[in-house]
Write a protein that binds this ligand. Sequence first.
Ligand SMILES: [Zn+2]
Length: 286
Amino acid sequence: MGSAGFMTGWLGDHAGLHWAPGIDQGSTHHVIVGGPERTLAADTTGRALLIERHDQRIEGLEQHLIGTVDQRTYWVVDSSGTFEETWIWSPPRPLIIGATSAEFIPLSAALQWLDFLREHRFCGACGQSMRPSSSDRGRQCVSCSLISYPRVSPSIIILITRGDEMLLARSPRFTNGMYSTLAGFVEAGESAEHACHREIFEEVRVHIHPPKFLGSQSWPFKHSLMLGYRAEWRSGEIQVDGVEIIDAQWFHPDRLPPLPQHASISRGLIDHFLTERGYPLTSHTA
Ligand SMILES: [Zn+2]
């Protein structure tokens, strides 16, 4: 099986979707409801509740425009103080993982927009109140005019390969024996490619050939933009620090560990590699 060079068939595959952030041009309107402690309202089936814009249950709450995906416009409200018997306050992760590709974008955006509103009530420079900017989607200080925007933190996530083998690692945070690709935040002043080389060496002490960019994914935990790369191993034996990474190994496609959910770019990178090399996709998910 060949490969067009890009990842396809994962949750971050948005080919063909038209996304217009901050634009209200849909023929239907749906509201995502944010609850206490970074929860989102879900229905009894565990899917994100996308209610009609004129639903009485959100009357009186300020609606914030998220944007339009194809013909559907999404809004978000912060309903921390309101409780509805038919709503389940769900942590966002299962809702995001269970979303469709088209729902994934507004859910991720809405979650990050709620974070932005809660964390930018006051100006970071002078401490006065913030209000919506008249010129764009930021929030502006009433006193010193500083404008703030939702924070987006670029992170690199990289699949290292050595022939048919993949370097996958375990973080102490991972449950169920899952192994995943390596990832880390891009530091101020460095390029994404620098971050790839640096993170890899810091975490597993190996050197890589120049990384190749394959795609990206917004990942709202908390405000990451995951930049997905692949690189071929160049030199060095795996050594882990035992803190951030507790184990890392070369895995052949014939003996894979439990892998990340299909929602993640990590799984997108792994499946893309397996497909390119002609191996069957595994259903082995942690
Ligand atoms: Zn200010």
